[in-house]
Design a binder for this molecule. Structure first.
Ligand code: KIV
Length: 277
């Protein structure tokens, strides 16, 4: 037996079993070093299609492609040792119907080794979720604000206020009944998020929802203060990485211009130093 304890990466079934238990911790990641940074703290890591906005500078998630998700998924997969990998299905890769969704979900699993895929939509996606989950593809659902639908939703507004809450509740119940092992609730009123969490048997993962959800997720670049173009109300910044990086770059530029970098400890002599015996 090895002296090193075996690390057991959670499975979708483990996440499902956390319903009503200790809060599930999750962040997005898109690159290898950030995945290494978040791995130990998280139960699952999502390669979200937010990659398009925070890494590629796109104006929305609509321009994200399968190839982008595969490439970022592979970079993150190589880093994760503790947390489960979930990858977003990008806009246009699953909406045509269950067969198209299966083909693309299978590609994500085959080429990245992810444990599950996430897709947006409620009642209208139930048939697709049922098709995937009955064919060995674990699905995390995503209801409430679904950013791939901004053109039909009319923007990024809170979803499910007042009587509209019934629609979001019906979406959450539909994806749960269809076999999703967890559901992301994005930008919905806290009382609705609590009601959904009480009403369905699968974990709810909140983002702009409620501390009463079964878990939470944030876009990592938002919470690290690395993406600073705008800050949704639901984001708490736990770091100032953009400002810290900018200050470091300015200091480097100053030292290069002053010829104080590289210093003696960064340069090589003509003679190799003698090796210590
Ligand atoms: O794409 C993404 O990052 C997401 C999270 C916001 C849940 O879907």
């Amino acid at each position: 037996m090895s002296a090193t304890a075996q690390i057991r990466v959670p499975t979708p079934q483990d996440i499902l079993a956390r319903k009503g238990g200790d809060p599930i911790v999750s962040l997005t990641a898109y690159t290898h070093p950030i995945a290494e940074m978040v791995d130990e703290a998280c139960d699952f890591v999502l390669v979200g299609d937010s990659v398009g906005m925070v890494i590629h500078g796109l104006p929305s998630t609509l321009g994200v492609t399968m190839d982008m998700m595969v490439m970022h998924g592979q970079a993150v997969a190589r880093a994760l040792k503790h947390s489960m990998l979930v990858i977003d299905m990008p806009f246009g890769s699953y909406e045509e119907g269950p067969e198209q969704a299966f083909r693309n979900a299978a590609r994500l699993m085959r080429e990245t080794g992810c444990a599950a895929v996430k897709l947006e939509g409620g009642v209208e996606m139930a048939e697709t979720i049922r098709f995937l989950t009955s064919r060995s593809i674990p699905v995390m659902a995503h209801v409430g604000l679904t950013p791939q639908a901004i053109n039909t939703l009319g923007g990024y507004a809170v979803q499910g206020r007042g009587e509209d809450g019934d629609r979001v509740m019906a979406d959450a119940k539909a994806v749960s009944d269809a076999g999703a092992f967890a559901v992301v609730l994005e930008k919905v009123p806290a009382n609705l998020a609590d009601g959904i969490t009480a009403a369905i048997p699968i974990p709810t993962i909140g983002i702009g929802a409620s501390a009463g959800c079964d878990g939470q997720i944030l876009v990592v670049d938002d919470m690290l203060g690395l993406f600073t173009k705008f800050k949704p109300k639901f984001v708490k910044r736990y770091g100032t990485l953009f400002d810290d990086g900018k200050a470091a770059v300015e200091q480097y530029a100053k030292e290069v211009r002053a010829r104080s970098f590289p210093a003696p400890e960064h340069i090589f002599a003509d003679q190799a130093p003698e090796k210590k015996k």
